[in-house]
Design a protein around this ligand. Structure first.
Ligand code: 3PG
Length: 305
């Protein structure tokens, strides 16, 4: 089978090597399309592919239409909001993700961003510490759990809310479970977002919610930009000069946020999962899932119906 690795943002070289070894070991042919700049390049490359590995690359109806032989697409990573799942099902293509494989990398970046944030973006002035501060984790999935683990090392007081994870599971992890997301924002000095972008969560981080935070509240986003109600957060930050917003996903309103000097920072390009280890874990998991699919029909990680 022909397996296309289509990554506008490439995997680390070591990961590509590992993915190739895994797939070629199962007698598949591997084709690499990296750093493409035009959608037409993806459409041409996918035309004769039986399988495809992607990252945040957009796979929409046009891509499925062009992919006449495609049977499986694996998103090497957690979030699969870049795949049109209805189109995937309509084209009889199995779509999968690789949950948990890059979660430590994202969780570590949360603390990279937070230390940078509480030390005034290294402006040479006196900052604050994370120790003893209340951290709220919004969604207790793979990334949220890693964030909790690392936060304890910093001596933070850790809280979490997850609409789909029972309170006792959160408590068993040594984290205070709160009843709803409002409680999290009301109680915590820092809130770290780990919710997926879904119809319920899109624009859910809004004026009223963030305004519940205590003085000096920090919102850190390593999830998706769509979950932020950007217009309302800009309005709030203009009104409340104590609120900070630190993000790994550049908002559409970057220029407006950038006016809040010393209170806003965005990485230039989403880099939470951009480590050799995360690329290797997620990439090889994707390759193994493709091998299993063609060998036995395994669809354990399927995300479309
Ligand atoms: C994920 O959903 O796994 C992360 O957001 C990583 O995305 P990336 O592959 O674009 O870095």
């Amino acid at each position: 089978m022909k397996v296309l690795i289509a990554t506008e943002k490439p995997f680390a070289a070591a990961a590509v090597k590992g993915i190739k070894e895994e797939l070629e070991g199962a007698k598949h042919e591997v084709v690499l399309l990296e750093k493409y700049t035009e959608k037409s390049q993806l459409l041409a490359a996918v035309a004769d592919a039986d399988a495809m590995i992607i990252r945040s690359d957009k796979v929409d109806t046009e891509v499925f239409n062009a992919a006449k032989k495609l049977k499986i697409v694996v998103r090497a990573g957690a979030g699969f909001d870049n795949i049109d799942l209805a189109a995937s099902t309509a084209h009889n293509v199995v779509s999968e993700n690789t949950p948990g494989q890059n979660s430590n990398a994202v969780a570590e970046l949360v603390f990279g961003l937070l230390v940078f944030g509480v030390r005034g973006f290294y402006n040479g002035k006196s900052g604050t510490e994370l120790k003893g501060k209340k951290l709220g984790i919004l969604a207790f999935g793979n990334v949220g759990r890693n964030v909790a683990r690392i936060a304890k090392g910093f001596g933070m007081d850790v809280y979490a809310y997850d609409a789909y994870c029972p309170a006792n599971v959160i408590e068993e992890a040594g984290v205070h479970a709160v009843a709803n997301q409002e409680e999290l924002f009301k109680n915590c000095d820092v809130v770290s977002l780990h919710i997926p972008a879904t119809p319920e969560t899109i624009k859910s981080i809004n004026y009223n919610l963030v305004n519940m935070m205590p003085k000096g509240g920090i919102v850190v986003n390593t999830a998706r930009k769509e979950v932020i109600n950007e217009e309302e957060l800009v309005k709030l930050m203009a009104e409340r000069e104590d609120i900070k917003f630190i993000t790994d996903i550049k908002p559409d309103a970057d220029a407006e946020f950038a006016k809040f000097e010393g209170r806003y920072f965005s990485t230039p390009k989403k880099m939470g999962a951009q480590t050799a280890e995360a690329n290797t874990n997620a990439g090889i998991a994707a390759a193994k899932q493709i091998n299993a699919f063609f060998a036995t029909g395994d669809t354990k990680f399927q995300v479309n119906k």
